[in-house]
Design a protein around this ligand. Structure first.
Ligand SMILES: Cc1ncc(COP(=O)(O)O)c(C=O)c1O
Length: 420
């Protein structure tokens, strides 16, 4: 028995299903990581994989980036938790607000779900309304009212067991990329906020269709609802200023996580003072956490965000375009119907005649084929997230010359998977 199998048998005895987050599991057992550096991750048996999961997008610079690791280690030696404010928190908030809400404020929290909970509370307080409009296939964290048609691990379930019906009662759901359906719901209900992944990355990657985000901006403003961009994946990924920079549409509130922390747990919600100053202690909206603005995470985030320079995005975009076209060519050569989506350094392949524009069309793709491709890729030393509902991510640790090898691995995996 290999070491990952032994560790899995051991973990299952003390951790539910042996994993601390459901998407980490794949049958018969996930590999257990021992270390990671640059573009590689090693399993407990010493096998090396090219990582295209990259912390579900968090690791824009790759694993153990020297600058980020140095900053985190230096801070850890100076103390890891003060529970009083630091200069570095202000510095990071200035960087974040400069890019995402000039003149505004950012509250640092621990993860994307915390940011979602805070954004909803601010929106409800600001509008005096309780309803939330979200989109099928968009995931915003394991937050009760948002675990409805949530893509990713929760896809297909109207909600999770343990979520009371009342918690989801105020959640309206429209199909992604369907501004008319969203407009109809906004006409018929008093909605506090429209929350959307500006490029959906939790049902595979589904970019916004032409005009979708702009229509949401117009419709939510007309309805007196706030527009919340969940940029947990897209923030600092699509561009330094995220999807709102890439697509040219500004929301009222922005949620950030993943790449913000550069591989350390950190998230933020940000927006203009008229909304953010409603947060306690200055305002009546309660939001708090012991680890918020954790000094080690903030030090890592400062090092990471300072190195997210524009040329990095052009280089990653070129590599990703090259990889996406190699995957598409390989699937065509294998005679397999497919759609490959790409946005900056994010990509995903769907085995379907397409088009893929919402959760329904993602569901129609051949998920069994995706699963076979995933296994075959793994056997060829390439690690992607195990589910069609996730996306793949390049990091700055890849070089243009690595792309041909990745393309070949995809080609061989798609050929093998297509034989059933
Ligand atoms: C778009 C999006 N929003 C929110 C979340 C929740 O973030 P966290 O897992 O840090 O709570 C995720 C997590 O994958 C996400 O992809």
């Amino acid at each position: 028995m290999d070491r990952s199998s032994r560790l899995y048998a051991r973990s299952r005895r003390s951790i539910p299903s042996g994993v601390n987050s459901p998407v980490r599991f794949y049958a018969p057992r996930p590999f257990f990581a021992s270390r990671a550096r640059g573009r590689h991750i090693w399993d407990a048996d010493g096998a090396r994989y090219s990582d295209l999961c990259n912390g579900y997008g968090a690791l824009l610079l790759g694993h153990a980036d020297p600058g980020v690791a140095r900053a985190a280690a230096a801070q850890a030696r100076k103390g890891s938790l003060y529970c009083v404010p630091t200069e570095q928190e202000a510095e990071l908030a200035e960087l974040v607000t400069g890019l995402y809400c000039p003149g505004g404020r950012a509250r640092l929290v621990n993860g994307g779900a915390d940011a979602a909970a805070a954004a909803i509370r601010i929106a409800r307080a600001a509008t005096g309304r309780s309803k939330i409009l979200k989109f099928a296939g968009c995931y915003h964290g394991a937050v009760d009212p948002l675990l409805v048609e949530a893509g990713s691990g929760a896809a297909g379930a109207p909600s999770s067991a343990g979520v009371p019906r009342q918690a989801a009662r105020d959640t309206l759901v429209a199909p992604y990329n369907d501004a008319a359906a969203a407009g109809d719901l906004l006409d018929r209900h008093d909605v506090a906020c429209v929350m959307v992944e500006p490029a959906a990355a939790n049902m595979g990657l589904v970019p916004p269709g032409r005009g979708f985000l702009r229509s949401l901006r117009r419709l939510s403003r007309r309805a007196g609802a706030l527009l919340v961009f969940d940029e947990v994946v897209t923030g600092f990924r699509l561009a330094p200023g995220g999807a709102q920079e890439a697509y040219g549409v500004r929301p009222d509130l922005t949620m950030l996580a993943k790449a913000l922390g550069g591989g350390y747990p950190l998230a933020a919600v940000c927006g203009p003072p008229r909304l953010m100053d409603r947060l306690a202690p200055g305002g009546p909206v309660y939001q708090a956490s012991t680890y918020a603005g954790n000094p080690v995470s903030v030090a890592a985030a400062l090092a990471a965000v300072r190195s997210y320079k524009r040329p990095l995005y052009s280089r990653l975009g070129r590599m990703c375009r090259d990889l996406a076209s190699r995957i598409s060519d390989a699937a065509s050569d294998a005679g397999v119907e497919h759609v490959v989506h790409r946005a900056s350094s994010i990509f995903q392949v769907f085995f379907t005649g397409g088009p893929v524009r919402d959760l329904e069309s993602v569901r129609r793709a051949d998920h069994a084929m995706f699963g076979r491709m995933f296994r075959s890729l793994l056997s060829r030393g390439v690690f992607v997230a195990p589910s069609q509902y996730e996306s793949s991510f390049l990091s700055a640790a890849y070089r243009p010359e690595d792309v041909a090898g990745l393309g070949e691995a995809y080609g061989a995996a798609i050929r093998e998977a297509s034989h059933g």
